[in-house]
Ligand binder design. Structure first.
Ligand code: PMP
Length: 295
């Protein structure tokens, strides 16, 4: 086994109002969230003991639940406090943070109006490894068969478990074909994002990225756009068609997990990670560190 399974680890998981020993944080097999995908989650990271953009993630968590027609009955400030408590209790400095909320077991049919809403927060070790030269080699992306759905067919802006079904299938297929990940098109055939990260391109020192109108508008995506603008780099959000890929110079993906990761290949297209990718890797790694408080 390559690593300890996630249900076998030690530490504490916050669940429905209490910190539980890790192995006791269980749910019943008859849970609506499991059967009908009434489940939303977040993916966050703590750096040097502090969660980066915690409140934005807490807000998105609540919004995702609302889009799935349920309510997370904690405020953003309360969620921020709970998440920090779990990071501290597990004594992590650099870790991944996973809030999750799902409908419980009271009703096991499509409708589940009276089902209880459960919430848990788990954290696990995720050191920030930073070997820029290795990163600058870039990763290879396949092109996924599945497309991001039309927002009138699914709550596309929610970070909802059900929307990851096509991501897992696409990433598995990419890995079997020797790629690190897959780039997904959207329902109209435009470039959209990767299976767990947003995508950017450069052309003549200008950054181009798809409009996030049918996929997750990543918190990292928004951070990177801000960082690029701070450097005076123009960022254009627009429709990008796959036949344009040949005209781009650099490509990188970004997300909480991926941070800023350069791309060297997408299917038949080649990119050369260069100055803009390098600058944004540096800027992002500086940005995620907790700000020093004035004495
Ligand atoms: N798209 C998808 C499908 C994702 O899973 C993620 C990671 N949460 C992102 C984009 C990037 O989002 P963020 O920057 O908020 O992590």
């Amino acid at each position: 086994m390559p690593f300890l399974p996630f249900d076998q680890r030690d530490g504490f998981i916050w669940m429905n109002g209490a910190l539980l020993p890790w192995k006791d944080a269980k749910l019943h097999v008859l849970s609506h969230g499991l059967h009908y995908a009434s489940c939303v989650f977040e993916g966050e990271r703590a750096y040097s003991g502090r969660i980066f953009k915690s409140s934005e993630h807490s807000q998105r968590f609540k919004t995702s639940a609302e889009l799935l027609d349920f309510e997370i009955a904690y405020s953003v400030a309360e969620l921020d406090k709970i998440k920090q408590l779990v990071v501290d209790k597990n004594s992590f400095q650099n870790c991944y943070v996973r809030p999750i909320s799902w409908r419980g077991s009271e009703m096991m049919a499509v409708a589940a109006q009276q089902a209880s809403i459960h919430i848990a927060v788990a954290v696990w070790d995720w050191p920030s490894m930073f070997d820029i030269e290795q990163k600058m080699q870039g990763i290879r992306l396949d092109i996924a068969e599945y497309r991001r759905p039309d927002p009138i067919t699914a709550p596309a802006r929610a970070k909802a478990a059900g929307l990851y079904m096509i991501c897992t299938i696409s990433k598995h297929r990419a890995e079997r074909r020797g790629y690190a990940d897959a780039m997904m098109l959207d329902w109209q055939g435009r470039v959209a994002e990767c299976t767990g990260a947003n995508i950017f391109f450069t052309q003549n020192d200008v950054i181009h990225t798809p409009i996030a109108d049918c996929f997750l508008d990543g918190i990292t995506r928004r951070t990177v756009i801000e960082l690029a603008k701070r450097r005076g780099i123009e960022v254009i959000e627009r429709r990008i068609m796959p036949d344009e890929l040949a005209s781009f110079e650099e490509c990188f993906i970004c997300g909480t997990g991926a941070e800023v990761t350069p791309v060297s290949e997408i299917g038949p297209h080649r990119f050369t990670p260069h100055a803009i990718s390098r600058a944004l890797i540096d800027d992002y790694s500086a940005e995620v560190q907790p700000k020093q408080r004035a004495a």
